[in-house]
Design a protein around this ligand. Structure first.
Ligand code: ZN
Length: 329
């Protein structure tokens, strides 16, 4: 349903009222900077720098003691599971802003940019407080995901003495999904429309790849200068920065490099549990695809898989992989 200009003007006037105000009350870290959380973070990211976890090595470093990884800055003030509770904190203007856009049909949300800056390292025992300001809301923009508004926020992180230790800017797009995957949709005759898979966001840099899939071909982008293979498609070679490229056609064999089995959240149009695999193609690059024809509990890293490009609806074909019965274990 298209908004009339006056609807949109009214909305934009209300949106302007959010620019420059506090996004909510200060977020005070639930816990002080402490060793266990740092260790979990380093484990998860595979960061082996001993200045974060080894007091002896840290003492011998320029820091003289254990410091927290700077990129943990926001992690200290996150409210944990409360974030998913749906219960707004008093004065949560950011949630109010999102709810306003939701009511006008801009129900999609995607994070598009994040920057952080660090004034100094944090030490064990310090407690961080974050204060966030809604800096700006853009005019309505057309994007590959749908029309929407960009919301910029800036968070300032301070120590116990109120000194700034770092900052973060964050941009989200609140958008009207181009094809809402809702089960309640009805066609012109009033019959329920089968929910469909999300559409890929097509653009100059990737339309050729999806065209290949439509033809039944899995293409791999190849740098013309150094021969490096890359996926997903993008304009520049990450190895040599060349903009010259061509593509080769994959033979469609590979192995499972990693995978997850998704149970929740269940998006309409998909069957669950959904196996999402990172497949290492024999040609030497990886791509993410769904694995079919196998029980989730039987999937193993290293499993040999073969490609099958299938139409999931009349407009969309996708590459799927299934166990490769022609190859040894
Ligand atoms: Zn290259």
């Amino acid at each position: 349903m298209a908004a009339t200009p006056s609807d949109r003007e009214q909305l934009e006037t209300r949106l302007k009222g959010f620019a420059g105000i506090a996004a909510g009350p200060p977020e005070i870290a639930r816990d002080v900077v402490e060793a266990a959380t740092i260790r979990h973070w380093c484990d998860a990211l595979g960061d082996r720098n001993p200045i974060y976890t080894d007091p002896v090595a840290a003492a011998a470093s320029v820091h003289g003691r254990v410091v927290a990884p700077p990129t943990m800055l926001q992690a200290w003030v996150l409210p944990g599971i409360e974030m998913a509770s749906g219960v707004a904190r008093p004065g949560d203007k950011q949630r109010e802003l999102h709810a306003l856009l939701d009511r006008h049909g801009y129900t999609g949300v995607v994070a598009t940019n994040c920057q952080q800056g660090y004034d100094r390292y944090l030490h064990l025992g310090e407690r961080v407080t974050g204060t966030t300001v809604i800096e700006s809301i853009s005019g309505e923009k057309a994007t590959a995901l749908g029309i929407g508004y960009f919301i910029d926020t800036r968070t300032t992180f301070r120590d116990d003495d109120g000194e700034r230790v770092g900052w973060m800017t964050f941009r989200v797009l609140k958008f009207k999904p181009a094809t809402p995957p809702v089960a309640s949709e009805r066609d012109a005759a009033g019959a329920p429309v089968e929910p469909r898979r999300l559409r890929p966001a097509l653009g100059h840099d990737n339309a050729w790849w999806w065209e290949g899939i439509r033809r039944g071909e899995l293409l791999i982008q190849r740098c013309k200068s150094c021969g490096h293979l890359r996926h997903p498609p993008r304009p520049m070679c990450g190895e040599c920065r060349s903009l010259e490229w061509d593509a080769l056609s994959s033979k469609g064999h590979g192995s499972v490099y990693s995978f997850v089995v998704m149970h929740h959240p269940q998006v309409p149009g998909y069957e669950y549990p959904l196996i999402v695999a990172l497949v290492e193609l024999d040609e030497g690059t990886r791509l993410i695809a769904n694995l079919t024809g196998i029980e989730p509990r039987a999937v193993r890293i290293g499993l040999r898989v073969a490609l099958a490009i299938e139409a999931v609806d009349p407009e969309l074909s996708l590459p799927f992989f299934h166990p490769d019965t022609t190859a040894p274990g």
